[in-house]
Every structure is written in structure tokens, then in C-alpha cells.
Ligand binder design. Structure first.
Ligand code: NAP
Length: 326
């Protein structure tokens, strides 16, 4: 595997807020490779996807110490060891040794997890260290704040941030001086980033956008009768068949952006995310090399990613299909 061993131009870099790091605007997320979220994936396939991502110019790899109970971090550590230019973002704060797993953000626990993560990643420093969805009051805890303030000086972390579940969590994170915010952001779910936009711009925080395909929905390839197998988180998320078929019909609003070189709906979905200048990287979730290559090829090579007039008209189109306050 060689760095950028591709006929394609490398993926564009963007600054990760004011952290001083630049990241390729397409990052590889590894939840789907861990077997935890979408059902089993062979080690061979997971390895092939990570290797191909490096070849294509992905620099940032997003993971969590919870994925595969640490196995996904170990996999990244092993495969990325020969590529010191690559960066790893990982998330802590879920204690899976407890049943049921519980959120934990006490510094003694986090410090222990961070040391284990560094061993698994085979690196002296985590590039982007994220707390996984802490409650707002947790982020106001003085002991945690003091620990976070000392993190960069410890040399174990290049920058830190918070993965948030909504805009309120984002405000609490920015108030705690997080340098990076990770959140769900896609064409059907954009209100949180829109709400936080001014505060993120003022803080000059980096933004990692995940779930850019709304768990695959926005690729536009599902039949209205789509079902999910046991072990796939979407089986529990979309229990109601009526809801899925409604969602699939709502994709017509997004299809209005399918023009020119934005020929595929999944490409439109990724381009929608990249069109937002606040976004540092779209964290992709391919589950095969083919899916990865499709996403990278169809994401566009620079602005404007989408027809600007049609993009401006998207809120009206979404409202017409029943998606408001997006
Ligand atoms: N910080 C956090 O709390 C957080 C939360 C969620 C996700 N993430 C990160 O973000 C990454 C991606 O997010 P996500 O898994 O939530 O959602 P996503 O990227 O919106 O959706 C992933 C799904 O999209 C489908 N897909 C991917 N590439 C495709 C292609 N080329 N054509 C058609 N369908 C395609 C696959 O579905 P099929 O399997 O059906 O093919 C895949 O399982 C995760 O791996 C994870 O690392 C972070």
C-alpha cells in the first residue's frame, strides 16, 4: 500500500478549526467496520477498506475505544503505523466493562482509557481526542475541565473536542472550550449545525460531520420495502415500515440536486455536507471498498460541490415533502 497511490487527485485538505491540523475533507469512520453497529464485517474487508482509504488520500480516521471493545483502535494502530501522516480521532466516555455500559467522564477513568488507547494505536499522541456525548452538566464539572485543560500539555493529545447529540450539547462543549465538535449532519438533519453555526465560527472550532448518508437512506438505493437484519442498529431505529417508505419518498427533494457531475444521490448527500464551509471533514461510513471508492469518486473535487441555485432552493423542496426545521 502506498500513500496516494491513485490516479485520482488527492482529497482536498481543510483546516480543523483553529487546532493547527489540516485534515482531508473525507474522513473514514470505523463504526461500520467494527461489527457493532451494522452487523458482522470480516477482518479482511475491514483491513481492505482502511488500506484503500490511505491510498485514496484519506488522512483522518475516526473511531472510539468502544468499537469492538478496543479492537478497532488496535486495527487502525497496526495498519496505520507505516503512515505517520495519518491522523486518528477517537472517542472516550462509555465504560463497557459495566453491564449495561455506562457513561463515565471522571478524569481517573478517562486517563486510564487514554493510556490504553495510545498503546492500541501504537502512537505517542492522539490527534483528535473526543468525549462521547457527555451531559451538559458533566462539561461544567471543574475537575473534568481542569483535566481537559492539561491534556495538550501532557503531550498525549494534539487537540480535544466533544461528540454531541444535539445543539445544546454543542453549546456546552464550546463553553468548555472544545476545539472540535463532532455531530450528525446531513441533508435531512441539518438543524443542529445550523443552530450552532455562529458559535462554532466565533470559537473557530473544527467540525466533524458524521452520518452524512443518514445511515444509508440518502444513497437512495433502498426499495420502499427495505428491512434490516438482526444486529443492524437500523432494525431498532426504524421499526415502522411506514416511516421508511415515507423517508424514501422524501428523497425526491434531494434528487433536485442531481445534475451535472453530481449524478448520484449518495454523491449529492456527501456534497451537501462538504458545501458547508464550517465542516472540516465528512466522516464516511462505507462497509466495502466499492462503497468507499464510490463515495470518494462522487464527492466532487472542490467548490461549488452542488448547483448553488438549487442548493439555495433545497429548504423549500424539503418543506414540500414534509421536512421542516431541517
Ligand atoms: N461521534 C458519534 O457519536 C458517531 C455517531 C455515528 C457515527 N459516527 C462515525 O461516522 C461514521 C459514519 O456514520 P454512520 O455509520 O452513522 O452513517 P452513514 O455514513 O450515514 O451511513 C453508513 C451506511 O451507509 C451505507 N453506505 C455507505 N457507503 C455507501 C455507498 N457508496 N452506496 C450506498 N450506501 C452506502 C452503508 O449501508 P449498508 O451497510 O446498508 O450498505 C453504511 O452502513 C461511523 O462509521 C462512525 O465512525 C460517529
Amino acid at each position: 500500500m502506498s500513500e496516494h497511490a491513485s490516479e485520482e487527485p488527492p482529497i482536498r485538505l481543510r483546516p480543523l478549526g483553529a487546532t493547527g491540523l489540516d485534515v482531508a475533507e473525507l474522513a473514514l469512520g470505523t463504526w461500520g467496520l467494527s461489527g457493532d453497529g451494522y452487523g458482522p464485517v470480516s477482518n479482511r474487508d475491514a483491513e481492505a477498506i482502511i488500506r484503500r482509504a490511505v491510498e485514496l488520500g484519506v488522512t483522518l480516521f475516526e473511531t472510539s475505544d468502544a468499537y469492538g471493545k478496543g479492537a478497532t483502535e488496535s486495527l487502525l494502530g497496526r495498519l496505520l503505523e507505516p503512515y505517520p501522516h495519518t491522523q486518528i480521532a477517537t472517542r472516550h466516555g462509555v465504560d463497557r466493562s459495566e453491564k449495561p455500559p455506562r457513561k463515565r467522564f471522571d478524569p481517573a477513568y478517562l486517563e486510564k482509557c487514554l493510556n490504553r488507547t495510545l498503546e492500541r494505536l501504537r502512537r505517542p499522541v492522539v490527534d483528535v481526542y473526543l468525549l462521547h456525548n457527555p451531559r451538559e452538566e458533566t462539561l461544567r464539572n471543574g475537575e473534568l475541565r481542569a483535566w481537559l485543560r492539561g491534556l495538550k500539555a501532557s503531550g498525549k493529545v494534539r487537540c480535544w473536542g466533544v461528540s454531541v447529540g444535539n445543539a445544546e450539547g454543542g453549546y456546552a462543549a464550546l463553553e468548555a472550550e472544545a476545539e472540535v465538535i463532532e455531530l450528525a449532519y446531513n441533508a435531512f438533519h441539518s438543524a443542529d449545525l445550523a443552530n450552532l453555526g455562529a458559535a462554532i465560527a466565533e470559537a473557530r472550532a473544527g467540525v466533524l460531520a458524521h452520518s452524512v448518508l443518514a445511515y444509508g437512506l440518502l444513497a437512495g438505493l433502498w426499495p420502499v420495502t427495505k428491512t434490516f437484519p438482526e444486529g443492524d442498529h437500523r432494525r431498532l431505529r426504524w421499526i415502522d415500515a411506514e416511516e421508511i417508505s415515507t423517508r424514501i419518498r422524501q428523497l425526491d427533494a434531494l434528487r433536485t440536486l442531481q445534475v451535472g457531475d453530481a449524478f448520484s444521490l449518495r454523491g449529492v448527500a456527501v456534497r451537501f455536507v462538504l458545501s458547508n464551509h464550517l465542516v472540516s471533514a465528512a466522516v464516511l461510513g462505507p462497509r466495502s471498498v466499492l462503497q468507499l471508492e464510490q463515495l470518494v469518486r462522487e464527492a466532487g473535487k472542490g467548490p461549488p460541490y452542488l448547483d448553488e441555485e438549487r442548493l439555495a432552493a433545497l429548504p423549500v423542496k424539503l418543506a414540500e415533502v414534509g421536512i421542516r426545521g431541517w
